[in-house]
Design a protein around this ligand. Structure first.
Ligand code: HEC
Ligand code: HEC
Ligand code: HEC
Ligand code: HEC
Length: 474
C-alpha cells in the first residue's frame, strides 16, 4: 500500500504540500493552546481562552461594561456598583495585544523565529511586553511553521530582495511619511517626526499597536509592503491601521524610506545594578502595602488556590508550571513559594547568603529586563542581550516604581505585620473581596503554613474546596 500512496503524491504534487501544511497547523495549534497564547492574543480561528483565564478579553469586557448591561446589573446586585467602578478605574494594562491572525502574511517567518527566540520591544507606545515564555526551541519552530502554513507562506521567505535605497527617494519618502500623518501612530527609531513620546503614549489603541517602523527592514515581507501601505485591511482585515490614501508610486517612495533610512539609534544603555530605594521613614501597614503593591499588580498571577484562576505564578499557566506563590491573603503570602528542590521557602526573607528577599529581587530584575522589554518612543537603541536567569516580576508588565518597591521593602523591614482588621466579604471565593484578616501568628516574615487547614472564607457559593495544605501546590 505504501507505494500506492507515494504514487498518488507523485501524481498530485500539491497534495503533499497541503498535507504537510495541515499537519504543521495541527502541531502549531497544539503548542499555542498548551502555552495559552490566546490568553493575550487573538490567533486565527483558535478558540479564545475562557473568561477566568483570558487576560486581555476579560479586561476589555470589564472596561466595556455599561450600567444598563445585564452583567453590570448582576455584579452590582451581588457586590455593589462600587466594585465595578473600582475595577474600571484600576484596569489599565493588557487591554490590547497584537492580533496574530495570519501573521506570516505580513511578517517574515525568519523574523517570527528570531522574535520567539528572544522577544524584544517592537511597539514603543505599548507598555506591556511579550512575556519571557517557556516555548522550547522545538516548540518555537513548530509555532513558526504554524504561522507560515496557515498564511500559506513559504517558510524561507523573503523571496524578494530588499530593494537598494536611493538617497533622493529615501528623502522624498520621508517627506511623504511626515506629510501623510504616519507619525500620529508610528515612530522610526529616533528620527524626528514632530510628535513626542507622551503624545504617542496617550494616542489610544492604534498607536499602542503600531510597530516602531525601523524594524520593517527585517520584519515586514518585502513582497507585501507596498500593498500594505496602499490598503492594510486587504492583508490584515483586523488591523487598526487605516488606508492612508496613497497611490502605488507614493507607497513605493515610502517603502524606500522605510528600507533605507537610518534610525539614528542611541548607544545601548550600560547595565546599572538595580538597588532598593530607601526605606520609608514611617510605619507601613499590611493594608497599605497590599492595596498599592501585591494586591494591585502581583496578585493577578499569584491568586489563592481556591480561586477560579489560581494564576500562572501559583498553580501554573501560560506554559509555566507555577511555584505555588499566593498573594491574595496574608496567611498564604507567608506560605512562600516552592523552589526547585520541591520545598517551600519564604519570599519575604533573604535566602541563605543573600541580603534581599526573593520578592524584592524579582521586582529589581524586572527593571533590568525593561532595558530590552520597554524602550519608549524616540529613546531607541540596539536591544541588549536576552536575559537568561530567573524571571523579573511582574512578568511582561511595567516594573514597579520606587514608591511601590519602598512600600513593600519597608513593610518587610518592619517585620511583615499582618492585617489589623478583616477586609473583603464573607462567602466570596474569588477576586479582591476574598476575606483577609488577622491570624493566630500575625507578624514575622519567616515561612509558615496557613494556620487553618480550610478557612471558612475559602469556600465560595459553588462550594469549591479551599487550600489543601498537604498538597505541594504544584
Ligand atoms: C500576557 C500576555 C501575552 C501572552 C500570554 C503572550 N504574548 Fe505574545 N505578545 C504580547 C505583547 C504585549 C506583545 C507585543 C510586544 C511588542 O510589540 O512590543 C506580544 C508580541 C508577540 C509576537 C509579535 C507579534 C507582532 O506583530 O509583533 C508574537 C509572534 C507573539 N507575541 C507570540 C506569542 C506566543 C507564541 C505566545 C504563547 C507562547 C504568546 N505570544 C503569549 C503579550 C503576550
Ligand atoms: C475574569 C476577569 C479577569 C481576567 C481573566 C484577568 N483579569 Fe486582570 N483584572 C481584572 C480585574 C477585575 C482587575 C481589577 C482588580 C481590582 O481593582 O481589584 C484586574 C486587574 C489587573 C491588574 C492590575 C491593574 C492593571 O491594569 O495594571 C493586572 C496587572 C492584571 N489584572 C493582570 C492580569 C493578567 C496578567 C491576566 C491573565 C493572566 C489577567 N489579569 C486576567 C479582571 C481579570
Ligand atoms: C491610526 C494609526 C496608524 C497610522 C496613522 C498609520 N499606521 Fe501603520 N500601522 C498601525 C498599526 C496598528 C499597525 C500594526 C498592524 C497590525 O498588527 O494591525 C501598523 C502597521 C504598519 C506597517 C507594518 C509594520 C509591521 O512591522 O507590521 C507599516 C509598514 C506601516 N504601518 C506603515 C505606515 C505608514 C507608512 C503610515 C503612513 C502612510 C502609517 N503606517 C500610518 C497604525 C497606523
Ligand atoms: C503575568 C503573570 C505574573 C505577574 C503579573 C506576576 N507574576 Fe510572579 N510569577 C509568575 C510566574 C509564571 C512565576 C513562576 C515562574 C516559573 O514557574 O518558573 C512567578 C514566580 C514568582 C516568584 C518566584 C518565587 C520563588 O522565589 O521561586 C516571585 C518572587 C514572584 N513571582 C513575585 C512576583 C511579584 C512581586 C509580582 C508583582 C510585582 C509578580 N510576581 C507578578 C507570573 C507572574
Amino acid at each position: 500500500m505504501r507505494w500506492l500512496g507515494l504514487l498518488i503524491l507523485l501524481m498530485v504534487p500539491g497534495a503533499a504540500v497541503a498535507e504537510q501544511g495541515e499537519s504543521a497547523v495541527a502541531a502549531g495549534r497544539a503548542v499555542l493552546i498548551q502555552h495559552e497564547c490566546t490568553r493575550c492574543h487573538v490567533i486565527d480561528d483558535l478558540p479564545p481562552a475562557t473568561r477566568p483565564r483570558d487576560c486581555v478579553g476579560c479586561h476589555q469586557f470589564i472596561q466595556g461594561l455599561a450600567p444598563h448591561d445585564e452583567r453590570y446589573k448582576q455584579i452590582a446586585a451581588r457586590y455593589g456598583a462600587a466594585v465595578i467602578e473600582r475595577y474600571q478605574k484600576n484596569i489599565s494594562h493588557l487591554l490590547v495585544a497584537p492580533n496574530l491572525t495570519r501573521l506570516a502574511a505580513r511578517v517574515r517567518p525568519d523574523w517570527i523565529a528570531d522574535f520567539l527566540a528572544a522577544p524584544y520591544d517592537v511597539r514603543p507606545a505599548l507598555s506591556e511586553s511579550m512575556i519571557r515564555h517557556r516555548l522550547s526551541p522545538d516548540e518555537q519552530r513548530t509555532v513558526v511553521r504554524y504561522f507560515a502554513a496557515i498564511a500559506n507562506i513559504d517558510e524561507k521567505s523573503p523571496s524578494v530582495p530588499v530593494p537598494a535605497s536611493d538617497p533622493t527617494r529615501v528623502a522624498a519618502g520621508e517627506a511623504l511619511f511626515l506629510e501623510r500623518g504616519c507619525p500620529a501612530c508610528h515612530s522610526f527609531g529616533n528620527r524626528d517626526t514632530g510628535v513626542d513620546a507622551a503624545t504617542l503614549a496617550s494616542a489610544g489603541a492604534a498607536a499602542a499597536l503600531a510597530p516602531n517602523l525601523r524594524f520593517v527592514k527585517t520584519r515586514t515581507r518585502p513582497e507585501i509592503l507596498v500593498d500594505w501601505l496602499i490598503d492594510p485591511a486587504r492583508i490584515a482585515p483586523h488591523t487598526l491601521m487605516p488606508a492612508m490614501g496613497l497611490d502605488r508610486a507614493q507607497a513605493e517612495l515610502i517603502r524606500d524610506f522605510l528600507f533605507g533610512a537610518d534610525p539614528q539609534l542611541h548607544p545601548a544603555p550600560v547595565a546599572v545594578p538595580q538597588v532598593l530605594p530607601p526605606l520609608l521613614p514611617r510605619q507601613v501597614s499590611y493594608a497599605e502595602m497590599k492595596e498599592n503593591v501585591l494586591g494591585k499588580v502581583c496578585v493577578h498571577c499569584h491568586m489563592n488556590a481556591f480561586e477560579k484562576d489560581t494564576g500562572p505564578g501559583n498553580l501554573g499557566g501560560l506554559g509555566f508550571a507555577g511555584v505555588g506563590l499566593m498573594m491574595r491573603t496574608y496567611e498564604t503570602l507567608l506560605w512562600g513559594a516552592v523552589g526547585a528542590d520541591g520545598k517551600r521557602h519564604s519570599v519575604l526573607q533573604p535566602r541563605p547568603g543573600e541580603t534581599i528577599p526573593p520578592i524584592l529581587q524579582a521586582m529589581l530584575r524586572r527593571r533590568e529586563e525593561e532595558r530590552r522589554d520597554h524602550v519608549p518612543s524616540f529613546a531607541d537603541y540596539p536591544r541588549p542581550a536576552y536575559p537568561s536567569g530567573p524571571l523579573g516580576m511582574p512578568l511582561g508588565l511595567p516594573s514597579m516604581n520606587d514608591h511601590e518597591i519602598a512600600l513593600l521593602a519597608t513593610w518587610i523591614a518592619q517585620g511583615c505585620k499582618g492585617p489589623a482588621t478583616v477586609s473583603g466579604h464573607a462567602d466570596v471565593g474569588d477576586g479582591y473581596l476574598v476575606p483577609d484578616g488577622p491570624i493566630a501568628k500575625n507578624q514575622g516574615c519567616e515561612l509558615r503554613a496557613p494556620s487553618v487547614l480550610r478557612p471558612e472564607w475559602a469556600f465560595d457559593r459553588e462550594g469549591r474546596a479551599g487550600i489543601d495544605r498537604d498538597s505541594p501546590a504544584r
